[in-house]
Write a protein that binds this ligand. Structure first.
Ligand code: HAM
Length: 422
Protein backbone atom coordinates (compact mmCIF):
# COMPACT_ATOMS: atom_id res chain seq x y z
CA UNK A 1 0.00 0.00 0.00
CA UNK A 2 1.31 3.45 -0.83
CA UNK A 3 1.71 6.04 1.90
CA UNK A 4 0.01 9.39 1.35
CA UNK A 5 0.40 12.74 3.10
CA UNK A 6 -1.64 13.47 6.25
CA UNK A 7 -5.05 15.15 5.77
CA UNK A 8 -4.64 18.92 5.70
CA UNK A 9 -0.88 18.71 5.04
CA UNK A 10 0.08 19.58 1.49
CA UNK A 11 3.02 19.10 -0.80
CA UNK A 12 3.81 22.34 -2.56
CA UNK A 13 4.90 21.10 -5.93
CA UNK A 14 7.59 22.60 -8.21
CA UNK A 15 4.95 23.97 -10.60
CA UNK A 16 3.69 26.14 -7.75
CA UNK A 17 6.86 27.08 -5.93
CA UNK A 18 7.80 29.69 -8.56
CA UNK A 19 4.89 31.84 -7.42
CA UNK A 20 5.69 31.17 -3.74
CA UNK A 21 9.26 32.31 -4.30
CA UNK A 22 8.12 35.38 -6.16
CA UNK A 23 5.85 36.42 -3.25
CA UNK A 24 8.54 35.69 -0.66
CA UNK A 25 11.18 37.65 -2.57
CA UNK A 26 8.87 40.65 -2.99
CA UNK A 27 8.00 40.50 0.72
CA UNK A 28 11.67 40.43 1.73
CA UNK A 29 12.49 43.33 -0.59
CA UNK A 30 9.62 45.52 0.59
CA UNK A 31 9.97 44.65 4.31
CA UNK A 32 13.67 45.54 4.13
CA UNK A 33 12.87 48.96 2.74
CA UNK A 34 10.59 49.64 5.74
CA UNK A 35 13.34 48.67 8.19
CA UNK A 36 12.37 45.06 8.97
CA UNK A 37 14.82 42.19 9.63
CA UNK A 38 14.07 38.50 9.58
CA UNK A 39 13.68 36.43 12.73
CA UNK A 40 13.57 32.62 12.61
CA UNK A 41 11.56 31.17 15.43
CA UNK A 42 11.24 27.46 16.37
CA UNK A 43 8.37 25.27 15.22
CA UNK A 44 7.88 23.92 18.74
CA UNK A 45 7.19 25.99 21.83
CA UNK A 46 5.95 25.32 25.35
CA UNK A 47 2.16 24.89 25.30
CA UNK A 48 1.88 27.48 28.07
CA UNK A 49 3.09 30.21 25.68
CA UNK A 50 0.06 29.85 23.41
CA UNK A 51 -2.40 29.37 26.25
CA UNK A 52 -1.29 32.59 27.89
CA UNK A 53 -1.15 34.66 24.70
CA UNK A 54 -3.85 33.46 22.27
CA UNK A 55 -6.21 32.82 25.20
CA UNK A 56 -7.47 29.69 26.99
CA UNK A 57 -11.00 30.08 25.65
CA UNK A 58 -10.24 30.61 21.96
CA UNK A 59 -10.93 27.95 19.31
CA UNK A 60 -7.21 27.69 18.57
CA UNK A 61 -6.27 26.79 22.14
CA UNK A 62 -9.38 24.80 22.98
CA UNK A 63 -9.43 22.52 19.98
CA UNK A 64 -6.91 23.28 17.25
CA UNK A 65 -3.44 22.86 18.70
CA UNK A 66 -1.08 19.97 17.99
CA UNK A 67 0.02 19.39 21.56
CA UNK A 68 2.01 16.48 22.94
CA UNK A 69 4.15 15.53 25.88
CA UNK A 70 7.82 14.98 25.04
CA UNK A 71 10.04 12.25 26.52
CA UNK A 72 10.91 14.53 29.41
CA UNK A 73 7.26 15.06 30.31
CA UNK A 74 7.03 18.68 29.04
CA UNK A 75 3.89 19.78 27.18
CA UNK A 76 4.93 21.14 23.78
CA UNK A 77 2.88 22.57 20.90
CA UNK A 78 3.55 22.98 17.19
CA UNK A 79 3.19 26.73 16.69
CA UNK A 80 -0.34 27.66 15.54
CA UNK A 81 0.86 31.23 14.81
CA UNK A 82 4.01 33.34 15.00
CA UNK A 83 3.20 36.37 17.17
CA UNK A 84 3.53 34.64 20.55
CA UNK A 85 6.90 33.02 19.68
CA UNK A 86 8.22 36.38 18.42
CA UNK A 87 7.16 38.05 21.67
CA UNK A 88 8.76 35.21 23.66
CA UNK A 89 12.02 35.69 21.74
CA UNK A 90 11.78 39.49 22.14
CA UNK A 91 11.64 39.12 25.92
CA UNK A 92 14.15 36.27 26.13
CA UNK A 93 16.77 38.17 24.12
CA UNK A 94 15.96 41.51 25.79
CA UNK A 95 15.24 43.20 22.48
CA UNK A 96 13.24 45.76 24.50
CA UNK A 97 16.58 47.45 25.19
CA UNK A 98 16.52 48.62 21.58
CA UNK A 99 14.39 51.65 20.64
CA UNK A 100 12.25 49.61 18.24
CA UNK A 101 12.18 46.08 16.78
CA UNK A 102 10.75 45.42 13.33
CA UNK A 103 10.78 41.68 12.70
CA UNK A 104 9.38 39.42 10.01
CA UNK A 105 9.14 35.65 9.64
CA UNK A 106 8.03 33.11 7.07
CA UNK A 107 7.11 29.52 7.68
CA UNK A 108 4.57 26.83 8.48
CA UNK A 109 1.96 27.03 11.24
CA UNK A 110 -0.21 24.15 12.47
CA UNK A 111 -3.88 24.13 13.42
CA UNK A 112 -6.18 21.13 13.66
CA UNK A 113 -8.99 22.73 11.63
CA UNK A 114 -11.40 21.09 9.23
CA UNK A 115 -9.51 21.14 5.92
CA UNK A 116 -11.22 22.85 2.98
CA UNK A 117 -10.28 25.22 0.16
CA UNK A 118 -7.94 27.80 1.71
CA UNK A 119 -7.94 26.11 5.14
CA UNK A 120 -5.33 23.50 5.99
CA UNK A 121 -3.74 21.91 9.03
CA UNK A 122 -0.26 22.93 8.01
CA UNK A 123 -0.29 26.33 6.34
CA UNK A 124 2.34 28.99 5.71
CA UNK A 125 2.36 32.53 6.96
CA UNK A 126 4.47 35.55 6.16
CA UNK A 127 4.23 37.61 9.33
CA UNK A 128 5.65 40.94 10.49
CA UNK A 129 5.70 42.42 13.98
CA UNK A 130 6.71 45.87 15.21
CA UNK A 131 7.52 45.90 18.91
CA UNK A 132 7.93 49.04 20.96
CA UNK A 133 5.92 51.60 18.98
CA UNK A 134 2.43 52.75 19.92
CA UNK A 135 1.89 55.60 17.47
CA UNK A 136 -1.14 55.36 15.14
CA UNK A 137 1.28 56.50 12.41
CA UNK A 138 2.94 53.09 12.72
CA UNK A 139 -0.36 51.22 12.30
CA UNK A 140 -1.04 53.19 9.13
CA UNK A 141 2.48 52.75 7.80
CA UNK A 142 2.48 48.96 8.29
CA UNK A 143 -0.91 48.74 6.56
CA UNK A 144 0.44 50.86 3.73
CA UNK A 145 3.46 48.53 3.44
CA UNK A 146 1.11 45.58 3.25
CA UNK A 147 -1.00 47.17 0.52
CA UNK A 148 2.22 48.01 -1.37
CA UNK A 149 3.25 44.36 -1.17
CA UNK A 150 -0.12 43.09 -2.39
CA UNK A 151 -0.02 45.59 -5.22
CA UNK A 152 3.54 44.68 -6.22
CA UNK A 153 2.65 41.00 -6.54
CA UNK A 154 -0.30 41.91 -8.71
CA UNK A 155 -3.19 41.24 -6.33
CA UNK A 156 -6.22 43.30 -7.27
CA UNK A 157 -9.53 43.82 -5.49
CA UNK A 158 -8.18 43.54 -1.93
CA UNK A 159 -10.54 44.99 0.71
CA UNK A 160 -9.28 46.29 4.03
CA UNK A 161 -11.58 46.14 7.07
CA UNK A 162 -10.52 47.78 10.30
CA UNK A 163 -11.85 48.05 13.82
CA UNK A 164 -10.72 49.07 17.27
CA UNK A 165 -11.01 46.60 20.13
CA UNK A 166 -10.26 49.20 22.80
CA UNK A 167 -7.70 48.80 25.55
CA UNK A 168 -7.48 46.93 28.84
CA UNK A 169 -9.28 49.82 30.54
CA UNK A 170 -12.33 50.10 28.27
CA UNK A 171 -12.73 46.59 26.85
CA UNK A 172 -14.22 45.10 30.07
CA UNK A 173 -17.17 47.49 29.72
CA UNK A 174 -17.81 46.30 26.19
CA UNK A 175 -17.49 42.67 27.28
CA UNK A 176 -20.14 43.34 29.92
CA UNK A 177 -22.45 44.90 27.30
CA UNK A 178 -22.03 41.91 24.96
CA UNK A 179 -22.60 39.50 27.84
CA UNK A 180 -25.91 41.18 28.67
CA UNK A 181 -26.86 41.20 25.00
CA UNK A 182 -26.05 37.49 24.61
CA UNK A 183 -28.05 36.61 27.73
CA UNK A 184 -31.18 37.76 25.86
CA UNK A 185 -30.35 35.42 22.98
CA UNK A 186 -29.40 32.29 24.85
CA UNK A 187 -31.93 30.16 22.98
CA UNK A 188 -30.25 30.55 19.59
CA UNK A 189 -26.59 30.49 20.58
CA UNK A 190 -24.45 27.42 19.93
CA UNK A 191 -23.18 25.33 22.85
CA UNK A 192 -19.69 26.76 22.60
CA UNK A 193 -20.83 30.37 22.78
CA UNK A 194 -23.20 29.58 25.66
CA UNK A 195 -20.32 28.06 27.59
CA UNK A 196 -18.14 31.12 26.92
CA UNK A 197 -20.78 33.76 27.72
CA UNK A 198 -19.23 34.59 31.07
CA UNK A 199 -15.55 34.10 30.37
CA UNK A 200 -15.17 35.30 26.79
CA UNK A 201 -18.42 36.72 25.36
CA UNK A 202 -16.70 38.44 22.38
CA UNK A 203 -15.97 35.02 20.87
CA UNK A 204 -19.67 34.81 19.92
CA UNK A 205 -19.08 37.64 17.40
CA UNK A 206 -16.49 35.49 15.66
CA UNK A 207 -18.53 32.26 15.76
CA UNK A 208 -19.09 30.55 12.42
CA UNK A 209 -22.45 28.93 13.29
CA UNK A 210 -25.36 30.60 11.46
CA UNK A 211 -27.46 30.73 14.67
CA UNK A 212 -24.83 32.84 16.43
CA UNK A 213 -24.21 34.96 13.34
CA UNK A 214 -27.91 35.81 13.04
CA UNK A 215 -28.29 36.34 16.78
CA UNK A 216 -25.50 38.90 16.91
CA UNK A 217 -26.24 41.09 13.86
CA UNK A 218 -27.52 43.91 16.06
CA UNK A 219 -24.93 43.59 18.83
CA UNK A 220 -23.91 47.00 20.25
CA UNK A 221 -20.94 48.49 18.40
CA UNK A 222 -17.63 48.41 20.24
CA UNK A 223 -16.82 51.80 18.72
CA UNK A 224 -19.54 53.37 20.91
CA UNK A 225 -17.94 51.96 24.06
CA UNK A 226 -14.19 52.46 23.71
CA UNK A 227 -12.55 55.21 25.77
CA UNK A 228 -11.52 58.61 24.40
CA UNK A 229 -7.86 57.61 24.16
CA UNK A 230 -8.72 54.59 22.00
CA UNK A 231 -11.18 56.63 19.91
CA UNK A 232 -8.53 59.23 19.23
CA UNK A 233 -5.98 56.55 18.32
CA UNK A 234 -8.46 54.99 15.89
CA UNK A 235 -9.28 58.36 14.30
CA UNK A 236 -5.57 59.03 13.82
CA UNK A 237 -5.02 55.62 12.18
CA UNK A 238 -7.81 56.43 9.72
CA UNK A 239 -6.45 59.90 9.10
CA UNK A 240 -2.94 58.63 8.35
CA UNK A 241 -4.35 55.88 6.14
CA UNK A 242 -6.27 58.39 4.08
CA UNK A 243 -3.05 60.36 3.63
CA UNK A 244 -1.77 57.18 1.94
CA UNK A 245 -4.99 57.14 -0.10
CA UNK A 246 -6.14 54.00 1.73
CA UNK A 247 -9.83 54.04 2.63
CA UNK A 248 -10.78 51.01 4.72
CA UNK A 249 -14.26 49.80 5.66
CA UNK A 250 -15.03 50.10 9.34
CA UNK A 251 -16.25 46.79 10.73
CA UNK A 252 -17.13 47.03 14.43
CA UNK A 253 -18.03 43.31 14.55
CA UNK A 254 -14.51 42.20 13.74
CA UNK A 255 -13.12 40.80 17.00
CA UNK A 256 -10.46 38.40 15.61
CA UNK A 257 -9.96 34.84 16.82
CA UNK A 258 -7.07 35.56 19.18
CA UNK A 259 -7.46 37.26 22.56
CA UNK A 260 -4.31 39.38 22.62
CA UNK A 261 -5.55 42.23 20.43
CA UNK A 262 -6.05 45.80 21.63
CA UNK A 263 -7.01 48.95 19.70
CA UNK A 264 -6.55 48.63 15.91
CA UNK A 265 -7.41 45.28 14.33
CA UNK A 266 -7.79 44.54 10.64
CA UNK A 267 -8.46 41.91 8.02
CA UNK A 268 -7.86 41.94 4.28
CA UNK A 269 -10.16 39.87 2.11
CA UNK A 270 -9.78 39.40 -1.62
CA UNK A 271 -11.95 38.43 -4.56
CA UNK A 272 -12.02 34.70 -5.13
CA UNK A 273 -11.84 33.55 -1.53
CA UNK A 274 -15.27 34.40 -0.15
CA UNK A 275 -15.99 37.01 2.51
CA UNK A 276 -15.06 34.78 5.45
CA UNK A 277 -11.62 34.03 4.20
CA UNK A 278 -9.16 36.69 5.20
CA UNK A 279 -5.93 36.56 3.28
CA UNK A 280 -4.14 38.81 5.78
CA UNK A 281 -5.04 39.66 9.37
CA UNK A 282 -3.52 41.38 12.35
CA UNK A 283 -3.57 44.38 14.61
CA UNK A 284 -2.24 45.89 17.81
CA UNK A 285 -1.43 43.84 20.90
CA UNK A 286 -0.21 46.40 23.41
CA UNK A 287 -0.55 44.14 26.47
CA UNK A 288 1.04 40.92 25.28
CA UNK A 289 4.71 41.58 26.05
CA UNK A 290 3.79 42.47 29.61
CA UNK A 291 1.45 39.48 29.95
CA UNK A 292 4.35 37.23 29.03
CA UNK A 293 6.66 38.76 31.62
CA UNK A 294 8.32 41.61 29.69
CA UNK A 295 8.03 45.38 30.07
CA UNK A 296 5.00 47.40 28.97
CA UNK A 297 5.46 47.44 25.16
CA UNK A 298 3.04 48.56 22.45
CA UNK A 299 3.09 46.28 19.38
CA UNK A 300 1.49 45.92 15.98
CA UNK A 301 1.70 43.12 13.43
CA UNK A 302 0.06 40.96 10.81
CA UNK A 303 0.27 37.59 9.09
CA UNK A 304 -0.42 36.76 5.46
CA UNK A 305 -1.90 33.33 4.67
CA UNK A 306 0.35 32.11 1.86
CA UNK A 307 -1.89 29.34 0.50
CA UNK A 308 -4.82 31.75 0.31
CA UNK A 309 -2.73 34.35 -1.46
CA UNK A 310 -1.43 31.77 -3.94
CA UNK A 311 -4.98 30.46 -4.52
CA UNK A 312 -6.22 33.85 -5.63
CA UNK A 313 -3.11 34.58 -7.67
CA UNK A 314 -3.00 31.22 -9.41
CA UNK A 315 -5.28 32.20 -12.25
CA UNK A 316 -3.07 35.16 -13.03
CA UNK A 317 -0.63 35.06 -15.90
CA UNK A 318 2.69 34.41 -14.22
CA UNK A 319 5.97 34.68 -16.08
CA UNK A 320 8.33 31.93 -15.00
CA UNK A 321 12.12 32.16 -15.07
CA UNK A 322 13.02 31.00 -18.60
CA UNK A 323 14.91 27.74 -18.93
CA UNK A 324 17.63 26.95 -21.46
CA UNK A 325 18.54 23.51 -22.77
CA UNK A 326 21.96 22.74 -24.18
CA UNK A 327 21.84 19.80 -26.60
CA UNK A 328 25.30 18.30 -27.20
CA UNK A 329 26.00 15.62 -29.79
CA UNK A 330 29.19 14.68 -31.62
CA UNK A 331 31.88 13.04 -29.50
CA UNK A 332 34.01 13.82 -26.48
CA UNK A 333 35.62 17.05 -27.70
CA UNK A 334 32.20 18.56 -28.42
CA UNK A 335 30.95 17.24 -25.09
CA UNK A 336 33.77 19.06 -23.27
CA UNK A 337 33.02 22.34 -25.05
CA UNK A 338 29.29 21.93 -24.32
CA UNK A 339 29.92 21.32 -20.61
CA UNK A 340 32.10 24.43 -20.54
CA UNK A 341 29.33 26.55 -22.13
CA UNK A 342 26.78 25.19 -19.62
CA UNK A 343 29.03 26.04 -16.69
CA UNK A 344 29.63 29.57 -17.99
CA UNK A 345 25.93 30.20 -18.51
CA UNK A 346 25.09 28.87 -15.04
CA UNK A 347 27.80 31.03 -13.47
CA UNK A 348 26.13 34.03 -15.12
CA UNK A 349 22.80 33.09 -13.54
CA UNK A 350 21.00 31.41 -16.45
CA UNK A 351 18.90 28.34 -15.66
CA UNK A 352 20.31 25.57 -17.83
CA UNK A 353 19.30 21.93 -18.27
CA UNK A 354 21.00 19.20 -20.33
CA UNK A 355 20.91 15.51 -21.23
CA UNK A 356 23.25 13.23 -19.29
CA UNK A 357 22.85 10.02 -21.27
CA UNK A 358 24.40 9.49 -24.70
CA UNK A 359 21.39 10.44 -26.79
CA UNK A 360 20.82 11.75 -30.29
CA UNK A 361 19.55 15.17 -31.26
CA UNK A 362 15.93 14.03 -31.65
CA UNK A 363 15.68 12.58 -28.15
CA UNK A 364 17.34 15.68 -26.69
CA UNK A 365 14.93 18.04 -28.47
CA UNK A 366 12.03 15.97 -27.18
CA UNK A 367 13.30 16.31 -23.61
CA UNK A 368 13.87 20.07 -24.03
CA UNK A 369 10.29 20.40 -25.23
CA UNK A 370 8.89 18.33 -22.35
CA UNK A 371 10.62 20.31 -19.63
CA UNK A 372 9.44 23.58 -21.18
CA UNK A 373 12.77 25.07 -22.31
CA UNK A 374 12.40 28.48 -23.93
CA UNK A 375 15.58 28.15 -26.01
CA UNK A 376 17.74 25.21 -27.05
CA UNK A 377 21.44 25.69 -27.74
CA UNK A 378 22.49 23.05 -30.25
CA UNK A 379 26.12 22.05 -30.31
CA UNK A 380 27.05 19.29 -32.79
CA UNK A 381 30.37 18.50 -34.41
CA UNK A 382 29.61 20.86 -37.29
CA UNK A 383 28.77 23.84 -35.00
CA UNK A 384 31.78 23.06 -32.84
CA UNK A 385 34.15 23.14 -35.83
CA UNK A 386 32.68 26.46 -36.99
CA UNK A 387 32.94 27.98 -33.47
CA UNK A 388 29.18 28.58 -33.15
CA UNK A 389 26.08 27.17 -31.48
CA UNK A 390 22.65 27.12 -33.07
CA UNK A 391 20.09 28.84 -30.86
CA UNK A 392 16.55 27.63 -31.40
CA UNK A 393 13.55 29.58 -30.14
CA UNK A 394 11.18 26.83 -29.02
CA UNK A 395 8.12 29.04 -29.31
CA UNK A 396 8.58 30.29 -32.88
CA UNK A 397 10.78 27.41 -34.10
CA UNK A 398 13.25 29.87 -35.65
CA UNK A 399 16.94 29.00 -35.41
CA UNK A 400 20.16 30.91 -35.97
CA UNK A 401 23.88 30.34 -35.61
CA UNK A 402 25.58 32.47 -32.96
CA UNK A 403 29.32 32.86 -32.40
CA UNK A 404 30.48 31.48 -29.05
CA UNK A 405 31.46 34.88 -27.67
CA UNK A 406 28.08 36.35 -28.61
CA UNK A 407 25.87 33.72 -26.93
CA UNK A 408 25.30 35.68 -23.73
CA UNK A 409 24.48 38.91 -25.55
CA UNK A 410 21.99 37.19 -27.85
CA UNK A 411 20.36 35.26 -25.01
CA UNK A 412 20.02 38.35 -22.84
CA UNK A 413 18.31 40.13 -25.69
CA UNK A 414 15.96 37.25 -26.47
CA UNK A 415 15.13 36.54 -22.82
CA UNK A 416 14.40 40.16 -22.00
CA UNK A 417 11.62 40.13 -24.61
CA UNK A 418 10.22 36.94 -23.01
CA UNK A 419 10.23 38.56 -19.56
CA UNK A 420 8.44 41.58 -20.95
CA UNK A 421 5.86 39.18 -22.37
CA UNK A 422 6.45 40.22 -26.00
P1 HAM B 1 -4.82 34.67 12.10
O1 HAM B 1 -6.00 35.49 11.70
O2 HAM B 1 -5.11 33.51 12.99
O3 HAM B 1 -3.80 35.66 12.79
O4 HAM B 1 -4.07 34.16 10.82
C1 HAM B 1 -3.58 35.06 9.85
C2 HAM B 1 -3.83 34.53 8.46
O5 HAM B 1 -3.30 33.20 8.32
C3 HAM B 1 -5.30 34.37 8.09
O6 HAM B 1 -5.86 35.58 7.66
C4 HAM B 1 -5.24 33.35 6.98
O7 HAM B 1 -4.91 33.98 5.75
C5 HAM B 1 -4.09 32.46 7.40
N1 HAM B 1 -4.61 31.23 8.04
C6 HAM B 1 -5.03 31.08 9.30
N2 HAM B 1 -5.43 29.81 9.52
C7 HAM B 1 -5.27 29.14 8.37
C8 HAM B 1 -5.47 27.79 7.94
N3 HAM B 1 -5.92 26.87 8.76
N4 HAM B 1 -5.20 27.48 6.65
C9 HAM B 1 -4.72 28.40 5.79
N5 HAM B 1 -4.48 29.68 6.15
C10 HAM B 1 -4.75 30.05 7.41
C11 HAM B 1 -2.58 35.27 13.28
O8 HAM B 1 -2.09 34.19 13.10
C12 HAM B 1 -1.85 36.40 14.00
N6 HAM B 1 -0.58 35.86 14.53
C13 HAM B 1 -1.60 37.56 13.05
C14 HAM B 1 -0.89 38.67 13.73
C15 HAM B 1 0.43 38.95 13.66
N7 HAM B 1 -1.44 39.55 14.55
C16 HAM B 1 -0.49 40.38 15.00
N8 HAM B 1 0.63 40.00 14.48
Amino acid sequence: MTITAIRGFNDIMPAETAIWLHIEEEARRIFRSYGFSEIRIPLLERTELFKRSIGETTDIVEKEMYTFTDRHGDSLTLRPEGTAPVVRAYIEHKLYKRPISKLYYMGPMFRYERPQRGRYRQFYQIGAEVLSEGSPKLDAEVLEMLMALLKSIGLKGATLDINSLGCRACRPQYKEKVKKFLETRRKVLCENCLRRINVNPLRALDCKSTGCKDATVDVPSILDTICNGCKEHFEEVKRHLSAFDIHPSINPRMVRGLDYYTKTTFEITAEGLGAQNAVVAGGRYDGLVQDLGGPDTPCFGFAIGMERLVLIMKDKEFVREPLLFVAIFGGSEVEMKGTEIIKELRDLGFAVEREYADKGIKAQMKKANKIGASFVLLLGKDEHDRGVVAIKDMKTGSQKDVKLDEIVEVLNKELSTIKKGE
